[in-house]
Design a protein around this ligand. Structure first.
Ligand code: GLP
Length: 244
């Protein structure tokens, strides 16, 4: 779906999230949301905060799982996704802290495999993701599933692509400071969500959106695997859709 601009598109995504939360509330169930970081979802989070403050949308029945975190990464560091989520969403809503899950960037290397299995199990134990929102990196990554990721991959430690590290260099004050690794949900983990929304704005994303939507399905552009999913919607602004 192509919208006139980013803010209209963000409002639509926020309303979809709010509908899921409210319909679960009516059934006295938890809504389980897969969340993303980066510039792309910020407008969605702003709109959710507005819905909370002005329209009383409650997040007390919401359980969240974030897609990824740099590794290694301390949660209180400026660039951590823990900090990002607190600042851009969690500190401004009534979500219960125990219901928030973000991959742990402080683990010892030998503990990561078990931790990742447990992350998957936690998602299953609460009934699976009702909705996963995604941005897209210029390598075609979703989460941090870089080129070469398998369609059935699970949560795991990955090596970041050079282009991804270059794109992150501004946040870290130089590429050399960007971690070389990350913990990310896998493509297989994302596919298990009952609904997937991939968002992209601006001209900068137009070439990778063309590849993701119209290109040959291949691990070289992990987002092309979404062509195989039936429950996925690409929500774009005019510029991101301009090469389709
Ligand atoms: C990071 C995140 C991805 C995100 C991508 C795009 O690599 N791990 O989940 O989709 O950046 O970032 P942005 O939304 O800032 O363009």
């Amino acid at each position: 779906t192509v919208y006139e601009n980013e803010s209209i598109a963000c409002r639509k995504v926020a309303l979809r999230i709010s509908d899921i939360i409210k319909s679960k509330q009516r059934r006295l169930e938890n809504a389980v949301l897969g969340l993303a970081t980066g510039a792309t979802p910020v407008g969605v989070y702003e709109e959710l905060i507005r819905l909370h403050k002005e329209e009383g949308l409650s997040f007390k029945n919401v359980i969240t799982f974030n897609l990824d975190e740099y590794y290694p990464m301390q949660p209180d560091s400026k660039q951590s996704y823990v900090k990002f989520m607190d600042e851009n969403l969690f500190n401004h809503i009534d979500i219960k802290r125990d219901n928030i899950h973000i991959p742990d960037g402080t683990l010892d290397k030998e503990d990561i495999t078990n931790y990742c299995l447990a992350y998957e199990q936690k998602i299953s134990a609460v009934g699976g993701l009702d909705l996963q929102i995604l941005g897209i990196g210029r390598t075609g990554h979703i989460g941090f599933n870089e080129p070469g990721s398998a369609p059935n991959s699970g949560t795991r430690l990955v090596t970041l692509d050079d282009l991804t590290r270059r794109d992150a260099s501004r946040d870290f004050g130089g590429k050399e400071n960007v971690p070389t690794k990350a913990i990310t949900m896998g493509i297989g983990t994302i596919f298990k969500a009952r609904e997937i929304i991939l968002m992209a704005w601006n001209k900068k994303k137009a070439p990778i959106i063309k590849k993701a939507v119209e290109g040959e399905i291949s691990a070289n552009v992990p987002a092309t695997f979404l062509q195989l999913a039936e429950n996925v919607e690409f929500i774009l602004d005019k510029e991101a859709a301009s090469e389709l």
